[in-house]
Design a protein around this ligand. Structure first.
Ligand SMILES: CC(C)(COP(=O)(O)OP(=O)(O)OC[C@H]1O[C@@H](n2cnc3c(N)ncnc32)[C@H](O)[C@@H]1OP(=O)(O)O)[C@@H](O)C(=O)NCCC(=O)NCCS
Length: 161
């Protein structure tokens, strides 16, 4: 597996990763927002390629000017590859980069009840749940991870001294 920065040529492959998670994890109406996000990235976005060069996961983050919070955005693994460690790889890649930013206080995330448990395993705390807040049947879960990273599950290379 290889993690590298997103480039515009990855657009179709990222949209295919999104589609593979519809309708279980994403509502079809979210596709437009994801495409618009990719067209004007607000921050770093990375992709994961398998041994054949196929794009199997993608995700990024953004730090709004004047804030000390990194927001994780549009993190996803191609549906057939769920539960094979890629989600962890993708999250570690993003947290590693975030850890290199000076002055950040926390990492925020909006996800659904379906993936909330994945992030809780990595130390994120659920602060608020809005039933059907993403779409009917998909609750919006607002989560936060305090920095600096102290979670022993995160590789030491990703933790600032
Ligand atoms: C959330 C997501 C990225 C997890 O990816 P994944 O590749 O399946 O996760 P991994 O295989 O790396 O799992 C890591 C650990 O988390 C656990 N885990 C995975 N998905 C989980 C879930 N939905 N709830 C609870 N635990 C979960 C795994 O069992 C594994 O546990 P272990 O450390 O004991 O082995 C994936 O489900 C996904 O892409 N979902 C669709 C997109 C989405 O909803 N993104 C939300 C943010 S926009």
């Amino acid at each position: 597996m290889r993690v590298r920065d997103y480039s515009p040529g990855d657009l179709a492959a990222c949209l295919a990763v999104f589609e593979s998670n519809v309708p279980e994890f994403f509502h079809p109406a979210e596709r437009e927002g994801f495409a618009a996000f990719l067209a004007a990235l607000p921050g770093p976005y990375v992709v994961v390629e398998d041994e054949t060069g196929a794009l199997v996961a993608c995700g990024g983050y953004a730090v709004a000017p004047g804030t000390a919070t990194a927001d994780l955005c549009w993190g996803m693994v191609s549906r057939p590859y769920h539960h094979s460690g890629l989600g962890r790889l993708l999250l570690d890649a993003r947290l590693g980069r975030i850890a290199a930013h000076p002055g950040l206080r926390d990492v925020a995330l909006r996800t659904s009840q379906l993936t909330r448990g994945f992030y809780e395993r990595r130390g994120f705390v659920t602060e608020q749940v809005l039933p059907n807040g993403i779409a009917p049947g998909l609750d919006r879960c607002d989560m936060r991870l305090r920095l600096p990273l102290r979670n022993p599950l995160i590789p030491s290379g990703a933790i600032p001294a």
